[in-house]
Design a binder for this molecule. Sequence first.
Ligand code: ISL
Length: 552
Amino acid sequence: MVVIEPQTQAGSPWWRGAVVYQVYVRSFADGSGDGIGDIAGVRARLPYIRDLGVDAIWFNPWYVSPQADGGYDVADYRDIDPAFGTLAEAEALTEEAHTLGLRVIVDIVPNHCSDRHPWFQAALAASPGSAERDRFLFRPGRGASGDEPPNNWSSNFGGSAWTRVTEQDGTPGEWYLHLFAPEQPDFNWANAEVRAEFESVLRFWLDRGADGFRIDVANALVKAPGLPDLAPTAAARAGDDRPYEDQDGVHEIWREWRRVTDSYPGDRVLVGEVWVRDRERYARYLRSDELHAAFTFDLVRSPWGGVPMRKVIDTSRETHRLVGAPASWVLSNHDVPRHVTRYGRADTSFDFGHAQLGVPTDRELGTRRARAAALLTLALPGGAYVYQGDELGLWEVEDLPDEVRQDPMWRRSAHTDGVRDGCRVPMPWSGDEPPFGFSAPGAASPWLPQPAEWKGLTAEAQVGAESSMLSLYRDVLRLRRATPGLGDGPMAWSPSDPNVLAFTRGDGFACVVNMSDHSVPLPPHDEILLASGPLDVDGLPTDTAAWLRLDR
Ligand code: ISL
């Protein structure tokens, strides 16, 4: 078996420039034939991930879970959900990935657990004021009979962030906080047992070879003392200055976690999901004794265009420079509409809570831009994430029947916000019709139906096809490995039209992305290493990118 050395710049730890492939296990490949992706399916497809040319894999939560929120409701942090397999299989997968030169990042969900977690069940059975309840955020209600929630916080999935319990004697009782679904009670991070438990869970996975953790909602664990109402200020509405997000106390947790990962051999990493808009406050999470990296979501939010994207790139560079951390570029993940679809719309920006479903899109345009975006993000300084299916050019499936949708966001927002099932549709691997090799013949149907038009987008159809998205990704990633100036390190802008992004990396490498409405000439170069689409007589056409070796 060929062992590929993970990409490392001289003197730079692997994670500073890594390309991480995100595997949404439920939708990657089904080994057991029940229509649900699983670890056996991932193991069978590991060579595909190796051949893509990435450095690491991040697995979305695979723990025991009632799946009220796609596994982000964890009932046992030390075991695998039977739908996905067994702990022994997860261990074997990790070993096999390592043999192929792929590192493994495990998703950890510390803000909340499942309402089926034994600790929450014990809290429900115990009385107000008990040690069991203190692991969560139970509070008496407001109003004469306590039938109003303790404060005005809303759940990220819609509705109040509080649910009232019935006490053991049958009377209406306390309320508990859940920033997400009611099935996801928030932990009380002021409780020492909670902290000790998570330290032990980290060690459990580090002992099993995990190379790091993707930390779910890393900015939300600590809440403001006294759980005050959300002030009706502009800042709070815009997402800053909320008493349940980005509290100063959260950083002590990341310093504790960093001490744990640092105590292990090898470079084990902490990657945070930090949706914090204020740049200086975001950078605090990346101080040298806290998280190693955090997702750079700015391109997910940004509209397509040279002017806004240059601004995003510059702001991100300044932000990361404050703390010496690398950026980790993201175009899509399991929570946002796929970028082929976003980039084909009239408004190409994204934000949570904005109705997006069914907004008209031009897929051909979106695909052309997605190809250019691959060259852009994989040439920018730092690391990058590739969400499974990005490399196949999959689009957002927007016409899922209501009855198959599983996203709690869809249900709790009264069907106005349903952005998350459509990017989680099972991968098309081969063949002419669903399940496209996702499951073996004769298996149950995939848990979400795949569009028949994905026939042309299967991995089998794209492998070796010269102009396919898969071939583009493989070429880009192969060149990225082979080009010393890429990944971590400096970049410099070259003079260009404001709607063109042109920059150099290392010694003689340039990336040019034309987002203007006309073709532009390429700068003098020795060689076109790669282009996202055909060039024309005038040079680089609209919505096309090229990687160049410059004249020396
Ligand atoms: O919902 C949001 C805004 O209204 C997001 O900012 C949300 O907080 C963010 O996407 C958090 O996502 C993560 O935690 C969720 C889970 O459902 C997502 O899949 C996960 O990525 C709760 O665990």
